[in-house]
Ligand binder design. Structure first.
Ligand SMILES: Nc1ncnc2c1ncn2[C@@H]1O[C@H](COP(=O)(O)OP(=O)(O)OP(=O)(O)O)[C@@H](O)[C@H]1O
Ligand SMILES: [Mg+2]
Length: 233
């Protein structure tokens, strides 16, 4: 199977700091690819570069088309969507209003099925500040899913959620990938979520590629235990 979204030799420098160097990974339809690593490893920077938010080096391909120079807004309309590490919702707007704005940016699309699936139908007319934090993070996910993206880049969607809320989110991610045929990149520190939903993992440390493979192999890799789980313990 050829990959839907291919990132090749991605790099990024901030002044003298090499935030990312030589990172390649591919996303496939219906699969969740986990991107993990300690704080400052470059995970958010990777999403910033491949989504088109931040300039970097390397190449990005969608359906084998080189989209490296395609601007962010156009990538979004082509079906490359992302969420942010911190909630990107507007507290004073209703959830319906924010979804409408996102639909406009994504080039259209109706949101009814989406909000039903995520259990948000009853709070559509509430302002974002009036709903629970767990629901706010589901709104972040809903905003990223507006317009039926083909590629979904998620930056720590479970951060700050309770165990139960994280499990709900994990179930939604599995459904999005499998049923909606989305290629997902999941940056996440919650290892219960990572090991539950990811088919394959790439591990970064200090901007460098450390190891990649199936979760069970990565989990027992000595380099990962040292660099990642060692420092996280
Ligand atoms: N706008 C920026 N200007 C300068 N340096 C930056 C900028 N954004 C990130 N960095 C640096 O780049 C490196 C990678 O940061 P990044 O946020 O991508 O890491 P991360 O893996 O997402 O970490 P975390 O798990 O804490 O979210 C860090 O050293 C960070 O300080
Ligand atoms: Mg980050």
């Amino acid at each position: 199977m050829s990959a839907l979204f291919r990132c090749v030799d991605i790099g990024k420098q901030y002044g003298g700091l090499v935030a990312l160097q030589g990172i390649s990974l591919s996303l496939e339809v219906g699969r969740v690819h986990g991107l993990i690593g300690p704080n400052g490893a470059g995970k958010s920077t990777f999403i910033d570069v491949v989504s088109g938010r931040t300039p970097g080096t390397g190449h990005v391909y969608l359906d084998d088309r080189d989209i490296t120079r395609v601007p962010l807004s156009e990538r979004r309309r082509m079906g490359v969507s992302r969420s942010f590490q911190r909630t990107s919702i507007f507290p004073a707007l209703t959830i319906r209003e924010q979804l409408d704005i996102a639909a406009h940016g994504a080039g259209g699309g109706h949101t009814g099925e989406l909000t039903d699936m995520l259990g948000l139908a009853d709070v559509l007319d509430a302002r974002a500040e009036e709903v629970s934090y767990g629901q706010q993070r589901l709104v972040d996910l809903a905003l990223a899913l507006v317009g039926n993206p083909r590629v979904l880049l998620l930056d720590e969607p479970a951060a700050g959620l309770s165990v139960a809320e994280s499990q709900t989110l994990a179930a939604h991610l599995e459904e999005v990938a499998a049923r909606w045929k989305v290629a997902v990149l999941l940056v996440e520190h919650d290892m219960d979520v990572v090991f539950r939903v990811c088919h394959v993992l790439t591990v970064l440390a200090s901007g460098r590629w450390l190891v990649a493979g199936p979760p069970d192999e990565v989990r027992s890799d000595p380099a990962v235990i040292g660099a990642y789980f060692g420092s996280a313990a």
